[in-house]
Design a protein around this ligand. Sequence first.
Ligand code: NAD
Ligand code: TYD
Length: 349
Amino acid sequence: MKKLLITGGAGFIGSHVVRLFVQKYSQYHIYNLDALTYAGNLENIADVADEENYTFVKGDITDAPFINALFKEHNFDGVIHLAAESHVDRSITNPLEFINTNIIGTVNLLNAAKEAWKNELNDKRFYHISTDEVYGSLGSEGLFTEETSYDPKSPYSASKASSDHLVRAYGNTYGMQVIISNCSNNYGPNQFPEKLLPLAINNIKNNNPIPIYGKGDNIRDWLYVLDHARAIDVIFHNGATGQTYNIGGINEWTNIDLIRTLCKIMDRKLERTIGTSEQLITFVNDRAGHDKRYAIDSSKLSRELGWEPSLQFEEGMEKTVDWYLENETWLNNIVSGDYAKYYEERYGR
Ligand code: NAD
Ligand code: TYD
C-alpha cells in the first residue's frame, strides 16, 4: 500500500482532496497532517475519520524536528501540500505568520522529503498547491498563463510565490520530482466564513450588512472546490514532473455582481421578497493593495491532461448555499468562537 501525505486536510480545499483520495484509492493510505489552526476543523472530514486507509496526524509544518521524524517513521511515497495561512486580510495584519507557515513550513517539508527520499528520489513526487495570486493583478485584458511572470502584491501572495520558487529550486538543485498548480478562487462547502462568499451567506442569513470592499468592481475567477480537488487528482497522477499547471473556472465575476447573484439565491431559499438581501450590501473601506483582477488560462491542463470544470456556476452556487443552510451547526460552531473577535476587529460591530 502506498503512503501519501496530504497537508492541510482539515481545511477547506484539503478536506475535499482528502475525502476524494480516501474514497477513490483504497490502495493508498492517506495521512492527513494538520495543525488545526483557526481554519482547520476535523468536522470537515468527520465522514472519513474511521476509514481503514486514513490517519489524522496533528502537527505543525513549522516544527522541523517533528516533520523530519514523521518522514522517517512513514517513508511517504508522495506529498500533496496544501497547509497554509490562506487569507489575504490576515496577511495584511500579520505577515510573519504567513512567512513562517507558507515559506518555512514548506521548506521544512522539502528538507524532510529530500532526506527521507535520498536513495529513491525518482520514485517520489512532491506536489505543491498554490494560487493564481502569485501572478499579481491583471488589467481589464488578458489571462494568467504558466509563463506569466510572478508579481505578488500581498504578504499572502508573496509568501506563496516564495514557496513556489523554493519548490522549483529543490527540483532543479536536488532533482526532487516536484510539481505545482496555481488555482483561482475556490468556493463551495466547508469554506471558512472569513472569505467573501461564506461570509456573505452567513451575514444574509442573520440580516447583517454584507461588507463590499471599495466599489465592488474587483474581479475574481471562481471555481467549485470539488473541481479543484479533481484537478489535483489528475495532476498528481498524470502531470509531468517539473511542470506547472494553472487551474481556473473560466468564470469571472465582479464582486458586486457575484454578491447580487448570491442575494437573489438567498432570497429564494429563505423565502424572502426578491430584493430583501441586496439591501444588506454595504460598501466599506477598500483592502490595502487590493488586486484588481485575476483570471486564469487553464488550457494547458485541459489540453495535456483532459481536465475541465464540471459544474456550471449557477449549479455550484445552489449547492454551496444549500450546504451552508443545511449545516447550520457547522457554521454556528465557527461564528460563536474566536471568529466573533476577528470579525469585530476587522469590520467593527
Ligand atoms: P484553509 O485556510 O481553509 O486551510 C488551511 C489548512 O492548513 C487548515 O486546516 C490549517 O489548520 C492548516 N494549517 C495552517 N497552518 C498550518 C501549519 N503550520 N501546519 C500544519 N497545518 C497548518 O485554506 P484553503 O482555502 O483550503 O487553501 C488550501 C491551499 O490551497 C493553500 O495552500 C492555499 O494557498 C491554496 N489555494 C487556495 C485557494 C482558495 O480559493 N481558497 C485558491 C488557490 C490556492
Ligand atoms: P477573498 O474571499 O478574501 O479571496 P481573495 O482575496 O483571495 O481573492 O475575497 C474575494 C474578493 O472579495 C476580493 O476581491 C476581496 C473581496 N471581499 C470583500 O469585498 N469583502 C469582504 O468582506 C471580503 C472578505 C472580501
